[in-house]
Design a protein around this ligand. Structure first.
Ligand SMILES: C[S@@+](CC[C@H](N)C(=O)[O-])C[C@H]1O[C@@H](n2cnc3c(N)ncnc32)[C@H](O)[C@@H]1O
Ligand code: SF4
Length: 331
């Protein structure tokens, strides 16, 4: 990338864009009911997937424009073959100093060490229930594999591993205290997430929506929560459980949106840049990359894309708006 490209990306609302969520696949080996419909098979054709070379080129361009952080996500990123190889290529890009991964952990037992060696510095793992039967009902998968994956991540040196739990009324909201105890025991960080109306699945799950202020009040009856911050914490508001090392994050896109501090865009596996999780504004890069644009042109297209970034999501006012599932852009 030309060194001249080092001034940053500022969107129309004055926000500095320095974080890319990179979806490396829209496929997944689980079917969390709030994310992807059972039996869904309408995935991107492999010829539409950005290759590792193409991904490296786009992320390299973002890095030249000031991006410091990349989170690899999906679908389930570990179903993409040779993912650790991609991770090590991205970790080596000049300017990137934080490469993280979101995973359902089903394949983490096999890959945790490789990912750590490749330069992935932080892991987020989805875990919505500690009860095997319930876990199966929510995700279609086996809890045991996820727990094995989590332990492998800990042994490989990821610290702290963050657990993401989507809290849903009548589904798993009776487990928030158990999850706190589990995370204290294993030195994990815990983040609660509100359901978002993405795609038909997310909208249906929003019937189970729980305002996390309510969860916080409930936890305060049993634990002493000390307000705090966490470096690199993103949109989560954190609290520490007194007398323990546990930090709990509350990710509240619905009850208290955090769009005014949004610093990110999303790149889907087919090379489309999405400017906002809760809007459809997008900019397809794949046709341009495959038409042979120069590095300077790529930087210019990225700038034009950022100019499309909307001010905020409208999950509350227009919940019908986003037709894609979360698995297409990776949360
Ligand atoms: C789409 S997944 C992709 C990465 C990986 N497969 C995983 O589950 O961590 C990223 C995050 O989005 C969350 N998610 C998916 N659909 C959601 C929805 N409708 N509302 C809130 N969170 C959702 C998942 O729980 C997960 O924490
Ligand atoms: S939340 Fe993650 S694990 Fe669950 S179906 Fe979506 S992509 Fe797969």
């Amino acid at each position: 990338m030309p060194p001249a490209a080092t001034h940053g990306l500022i969107d129309p609302f004055g926000r500095r864009i320095e974080y890319v969520r990179l979806s490396v696949t829209d496929q997944c080996d689980l079917r969390c009911f709030y994310c992807m419909p059972k039996g869904f098979k309408d995935f991107q054709e492999p010829e539409h997937w950005l290759s590792f070379d193409e991904i490296e080129r786009v992320i390299g361009a973002f890095a030249a424009l000031g991006t410091r952080r990349v989170r690899i996500t999906g679908g389930e990123p570990l179903v993409r073959r040779n993912l650790p190889e991609l991770a090590s290529r991205l970790a080596a890009l000049p300017g990137l100093d934080d490469l993280s991964l979101s995973t359902n952990a089903t394949r983490l037992r096999k890959h945790a060490y490789e990912l750590h060696d490749a330069g992935v510095s932080r892991l987020n793992v989805s875990l919505d229930s500690l009860r095997a039967e319930r876990f199966k009902e929510i995700t279609g998968g086996k809890l045991e594999k996820v727990i094995d994956g989590l332990m492998a991540a800990k042994a490989a040196g990821f610290a702290p591993v963050k657990i993401n739990m989507v809290v849903m009324r009548g589904v798993n909201d009776d487990e928030v205290e158990d999850m706190v105890e589990f995370c204290i025991e294993h030195d994990f960080t815990l983040r609660f997430i509100e359901t978002m109306p993405m795609g038909d699945t997310g909208r249906a799950a929003s019937d189970h929506y729980v305002d996390l202020q309510e969860v916080k009040r409930r936890l305060e009856q049993r634990f002493e929560l000390v307000p705090g911050v966490m470096p690199g914490g993103g949109p989560a508001r954190y609290a520490r459980v007194a007398g323990t090392e546990l930090r709990i994050g509350f990710i509240t896109p619905i009850s208290q949106h955090f769009c005014d501090t949004c610093n990110r865009v999303r790149l889907s596996v087919d090379g489309t840049l999405y400017m906002c999780l809760g809007q459809e504004h997008n900019y397809p890069l794949r046709p341009l990359l495959r038409a042979g644009i120069s590095d300077a042109e790529l930087l210019e297209h990225i700038r034009q894309a950022i100019a499309l970034k909307p001010e905020r999501h409208e999950f509350k006012d227009k919940p019908e708006q986003v037709v894609r599932f979360m698995s297409m852009t990776g949360g």
